[in-house]
Design a protein around this ligand. Structure first.
Ligand code: BEZ
Length: 220
């Protein structure tokens, strides 16, 4: 048997998010259908009652409204039982006066294994992952973080908005968008795929060259 035949394939960008029933602090539901027509960010973390993850939960909650303004829901995941999640949510409320408004999956390992978030060198729990999923259940972005490093919420909000703009406007986005050094919030035109388009695009848009054209968004 070749190495390739032995290889486990995890979901990639562009794949449908795995269809799976999950037990959460808000009851049982099916992913990704539960969030039909919405975006969602699924984020896994190593375990309840751990300090880095506690700071992340407080931060996600404080910025929940910003995710909702992007038509985006949040859902946490760890390999803890739902009872543990409930106790941990209570603890966070007591200590930080923050009530977690979104569901947390109590995973027995099934979804974490499918998503590839269990890295045996890091123990039997999950590493930190972020899956941004679009309204048709397609995975738009995947990020992994080590257990030791908390996520940067500005970046997660940024990539949700960036994925939405790229999708809805059929454009590409430059580094640091929407705060690019000279393009600002402007967006890039997808590279031309034929000679005629290559000739036309620089006439129609701002351009540095036929393969580097840009425009302003009509809104915002
Ligand atoms: C945390 O603080 O999130 C954490 C602590 C120990 C192991 C894994 C995660």
């Amino acid at each position: 048997m070749s190495d390739l035949e032995n290889k486990i394939f995890y979901p990639l960008i562009g794949d449908k998010f795995p269809e799976i029933k999950v037990q959460t602090t808000h009851g049982e539901f099916k992913l990704p259908d539960h969030y039909k027509k919405k975006w969602f960010v699924l984020f896994s973390y190593p375990a309840d009652f751990t300090p880095v993850s506690a700071t992340e939960f407080v931060a996600f909650t404080k910025r929940y409204e910003e995710f909702q303004n992007l038509n985006c829901e949040l859902i946490g995941l760890s390999l803890d039982q739902v009872y543990s999640h409930i106790k941990w949510i209570e603890w966070i409320k007591q200590k930080f006066e923050v009530e977690i408004p979104f569901p947390i999956i109590a995973d027995l390992g099934k979804l974490a294994n499918i998503l590839g978030t269990i890295h045996p060198q890091k123990g039997e729990n999950s590493v930190r992952s972020v899956f941004v999923v679009g309204p048709k259940g397609i995975i738009k972005l995947i990020m992994f973080y080590p257990q030791e490093v908390g996520r940067f919420l500005d970046e997660i909000l940024r990539v949700v908005e960036a994925c939405q703009v790229a999708d809805q406007e059929n454009v590409f986005l430059p580094v640091n968008w929407p705060k690019h050094e000279f393009l600002g919030r402007q967006v890039l035109i997808p590279p031309a795929k034929d000679q005629e388009t290559a000739k036309q695009q620089p006439k129609e848009y701002g351009s540095y060259d036929w393969w580097f054209c840009y425009k302003s968004l009509e809104y915002g």
